[in-house]
Design a protein around this ligand. Structure first.
Ligand code: ATP
Ligand code: ZN
Length: 290
């Protein structure tokens, strides 16, 4: 059981790629902080919550041990740690992959070509697991940074490293051979028992995150149309329940309001125009509770 008398503690990365988006997400669901620069423990101004700002590598274990109830961290880091935690949500940012990369002209075409080779990595656990599963024998050499330079320095024959665009690999004369793990930032929770008041807060935050994620996937759409076109337009709009249809002062014209999935709105817009809609307005939605 985690401590009862402390605030709900949330670990986020200090000064790294995930820091700003993690903080932004917490602010988007209504948590207010100030003065988090140069601090490790930051109290929340409007909830019984405190942030712990630490290196991302420490987050899974801190959450496992109940020092923090929640943590925002890359799935790559959680997976490498093998910590006993649960994933509550994938967060849609910090997307990257752990990949095996080889010198471009090194004559390596498949994982099997790396049999007996030295692989430099900051992810020895995941890398070893992957090669073992493929039945390829390698030596992993653990390096904490600038892994991509290891083949040039002849410290290793190939690497296993985090890639997002692949630009760093290219610059270093490397090419991707195989993906070991796809990753994005995730919200993890301790598997230890949590006092009820803290669990209630977690449930509340998850509900708010869900509303926010739902809203980001949707747009509010408004348009005018001849009343004769309403049926056709309603068929085109996959709305929440049914679209709102309001009469306009102009004869035989109505305003139609609805919600559509963001990814579909261009397609829908063209079809709507063809069906007789005019003055189409698309608006972002801040929160959506369905
Ligand atoms: P720390 O000082 O906290 O240990 P770090 O150097 O290990 O920081 P960052 O480079 O800030 O970590 O990356 C944090 C996380 O961002 C990674 O673990 C990964 O989940 C994600 N990420 C997304 N794209 C990339 C990328 N191109 N390179 C590295 N990490 C990335
Ligand atoms: Zn790290």
């Amino acid at each position: 059981m985690v401590q009862n008398e402390t605030s709900l503690r949330i670990a986020i990365q200090k000064g790294g790629r995930l820091s700003e988006k993690s903080l932004q997400l917490l602010e988007n669901i209504g948590l207010e902080f100030d003065g988090y620069k140069n601090r490790i423990l930051v109290p929340c101004k409007n909830h019984d919550v405190e942030l712990l700002l630490i290196r991302d590598d420490d987050i899974p274990e801190y959450v496992q041990d109940g020092i923090c109830e929640l943590g925002f961290v890359g799935h790559n880091v959680t997976a490498e740690s093998k910590a006993d935690v649960s994933r509550l949500r994938a967060l849609g940012f910090g997307r990257c992959r752990l990949s095996v990369a080889v010198p471009k002209n090194g004559g390596y075409h498949s994982l099997k070509d790396l049999d007996g080779c030295r692989i430099a990595t900051s992810y020895p656990v995941l890398t070893r697991d992957h090669f073992e599963k493929q039945g390829v024998q390698v030596d992993t050499i653990e390096i904490s940074g600038a892994v991509e330079i290891a083949p040039t320095l002849n410290v290793a024959d190939a690497i296993s490293d985090i890639v997002s665009t692949g630009g760093t690999l290219k610059t270093n004369g490397l090419m991707e051979l195989e993906t070991i793990l796809e990753s994005e930032a995730e919200l993890i929770r301790t598997n230890l028992a949590i006092p009820e008041h803290k669990q209630d807060l977690i449930d509340k935050f998850l509900m708010r995150m869900g509303a926010r994620q739902q809203a980001e996937k949707s747009r509010y759409i408004m348009m005018n149309a001849p009343s004769g076109a309403v049926q056709k337009i309603c068929e085109l709009i996959p709305s929440l329940k049914s679209p709102t249809v309001l009469p306009l002062a102009e004869n035989d014209m109505v305003a139609i309001h609805s919600v559509i999935p963001t990814r579909r709105f261009w397609e829908v817009m063209e079809e709507l125009k063809a069906a007789g809609a005019s003055g189409i307005v698309i608006l972002p939605i801040e929160n959506m509770i369905v």
